[in-house]
Design a protein around this ligand. Structure first.
Ligand code: ADP
Length: 198
């Protein structure tokens, strides 16, 4: 059975940088956010259920989801956000498990920003929290996403704090120095985990 390494961390901490390194070493990486984005595409098994939650205004004339409308309703109503999560989370989990089984490898990496919040860590043989100061994360995401610092701050304030991630994770890795240093530390951690789990 494939053993799962769960990678988490706040926005801009360096999760994608670490998981890309896993991928370069030949390990399949399964990205929860990328799967979640497909939940509201017409071929997804939870599309109809999600649209029914919001009514016909949630559909564009071409039959695709009106993401802007859905986002505004979810922003205004916590109960709608929870109901949508209740539809999307099981879909994402089922799809992650399906892809994990399909990769037929000894090891797979799950990239899940809300790994502990969703309880997906229960499926993992070990977990890694990528830690980084909020100041640095904001600076990196402003450049990466061409956005402003307040927008990044708002997303950070909705996420779990690093201190809690660090307590819950099997391994922690700090990303507050140069990219070269982070890549070297990532490679060392990957080697250690591969030795332990493969
Ligand atoms: P996450 O996936 O956690 O949101 P990323 O891995 O995308 O974070 O990193 C955020 C941005 O910061 C990316 O543009 C990445 O290339 C850059 N980055 C990551 N680590 C470093 C570092 N140590 N030094 C400089 N830039 C970095």
């Amino acid at each position: 059975m494939t053993r799962i390494v769960g990678v988490t961390g706040g926005i801009g901490s360096g999760k994608s940088t670490l998981t890309a390194r896993f991928a370069e070493s030949g390990v399949s990486v399964i990205d929860a956010d990328a799967i979640a984005r497909t939940a509201l595409t017409p071929h997804s098994p939870c599309f109809k259920q999600a649209i029914d939650l919001f009514g016909s205004d949630a559909l564009m004339p071409d039959g695709t989801a009106n993401r802007r409308y859905i986002a505004s309703r979810v922003f205004e109503h916590t109960d709608l956000r929870e109901a949508l999560n209740g539809i999307v989370h099981p879909y994402v989990l089922t799809e992650m498990l399906r892809r994990t089984e399909a990769c037929e490898a000894a090891l797979a990496v799950w990239d899940v920003p809300l790994l502990f919040e969703t309880g997906y860590d229960a499926f993992c043989a070990c977990t890694i929290a990528v830690l980084c100061s909020e100041e640095l994360r904001i600076a990196r995401v402003v450049i990466r996403d061409d956005t402003d610092a307040d927008a990044v701050r708002a997303r950070i304030s909705a996420q779990m704090k690093d201190e809690i991630r660090a307590q819950l994770a099997t391994y922690t890795i700090r990303n507050e120095s140069t990219m070269t240093a982070f890549l070297a530390e990532s490679d060392a951690l990957i080697e250690r985990i591969r030795k332990e789990l493969e």
